[in-house]
Design a protein around this ligand. Structure first.
Ligand code: PHE
Length: 357
């Protein structure tokens, strides 16, 4: 037992020099564990003479508790060290500028729909939707376009091969069938806009077989042409962000509105350069009119009591004009370079446009 002194200083040195909790635990096991060195010495006590055993036993017990408390003390110190290191490493520097992230872009179609919805939303319109695969009756007949009507030919319709319950199914050629669905399901007053996909068999720089429209429908007592004009003039000026944008209503024809008007905005085309605003030229941007009384009757609404107006426009067309996009087909080519160029950052929600620049 002479070596207790050496053992003590060796172990206490090791404890003091241990650099982490794992090393400290290894020391505890190696010295105080069941198979540890101190425990080994304890086992030798049995073979000693009583006098010797008493002294050695006392010395070993003192050694044991000295080591145990040294380990405890070191453990506390190491825990504090580890905590401090963690606090330093995981510190968040709130003054650091945000790292630029590789963000996605909002497609100009989504952006334009959001802008249109925001403008009409402020006027009290709510959004309605309908199916892309539509019954012939909703897409045409209910809108006063009977089977033999020449307007059907103009629509370049995609017909589906199978009939559903006697109805011929089509890919809707415009968003107008949602007017019918809404009037069937909702009592007036009605004030909806309908953004959505539409389909026509056509493909060139200004046409794509799938494109988007926004429909508008207002039905109420005493609604008149003045409401239609005021609403659409306000919309054009808000959308193109020009308070004095010239807006003209030109007589036109749609089977589902009477009278009908096409809406033109002022523009200039000089030396191949095109600009929206003042000038001596006009550009058509949407179709509109007072809902034909026959359409109201088809939906079970009494035209003596209710009148209304409707309008429809192509999303691609107004997006191309507003954002200077020359070819409609590029909207659907999914070219990332195009999207990076014409897309919008997600922070520019419609209500914040203008507030941010
Ligand atoms: N549905 C028409 C079209 O696609 C547009 C329109 C809608 C015209 C509503 C008048 C009223 O051409």
């Amino acid at each position: 037992m002479d070596n207790v002194e050496t053992l003590r200083s060796e172990i206490l040195d090791a404890v003091a020099g241990s650099s982490d909790l794992k090393a400290l635990e290894d020391i505890r096991i190696a010295e105080l564990g069941k198979k540890g060195r101190v425990s080994g010495l304890m086992k030798t006590l049995g073979k000693m003479e009583p006098e010797e055993r008493k002294a050695a036993g006392q010395a070993l017990n003192v050694l044991k508790s000295e080591i145990a408390s040294a380990i405890d003390g070191r453990k506390g110190a190491l825990e504090i060290e580890a905590l401090n290191a963690q606090l330093i490493n995981e510190r968040i520097d709130v003054s650091l500028p945000v790292r630029p992230e590789d963000q996605g872009r909002i497609h100009p179609i989504s952006q334009t729909i959001d802008e249109v919805v925001a403008i009409f939303g402020e006027m009290g319109f709510t959004v309605a939707e309908g199916p892309d695969i539509e019954e012939d009756w909703y897409n045409f007949s209910a809108l006063n376009i009977p089977p033999e009507h020449p307007a059907r030919q103009e629509h370049d319709t995609f017909y589906l091969p199978n009939e559903k319950e006697g109805h011929r199914m089509v890919l809707r050629t415009h968003t107008s069938p949602v007017q019918i669905r809404t009037m069937q399901n909702q009592k007036p007053p009605i004030r909806i806009i309908v953004p959505g996909r539409t389909y026509r068999c056509d493909y060139d720089a200004t046409h794509s077989p799938m494109f988007h429209q926004v429909e508008g429908l207002v039905i109420d007592k005493k609604t008149h042409m003045g409401h239609l004009k005021g609403c659409l003039i306000d919309f054009c000026r808000a959308f193109f962000d020009m308070d004095d944008l010239p807006v003209k209503f030109r007589p036109s024809y749609f089977p589902f509105t009477e009278p009908s008007a096409e809406v033109d905005i002022g523009c200039t085309r000089e030396g191949g350069e095109f600009k929206i605003g003042h000038g001596d030229d006009w550009l058509e941007i949407l179709g509109s009119g007072m809902v034909n009384p026959q359409v109201l009757v088809n939906c079970g609404i009494d035209p003596e009591e209710y009148q209304g107006f409707a309008f429809g426009m192509g999303i691609e067309r107004i997006a191309m004009l507003k954002y200077g996009i020359p070819d409609l087909r590029t909207f659907f080519e999914s070219d990332l370079r195009w999207l990076r160029h014409y897309g919008f950052q997600s922070l520019q929600t419609p209500s914040m446009v203008g507030g941010l620049d």
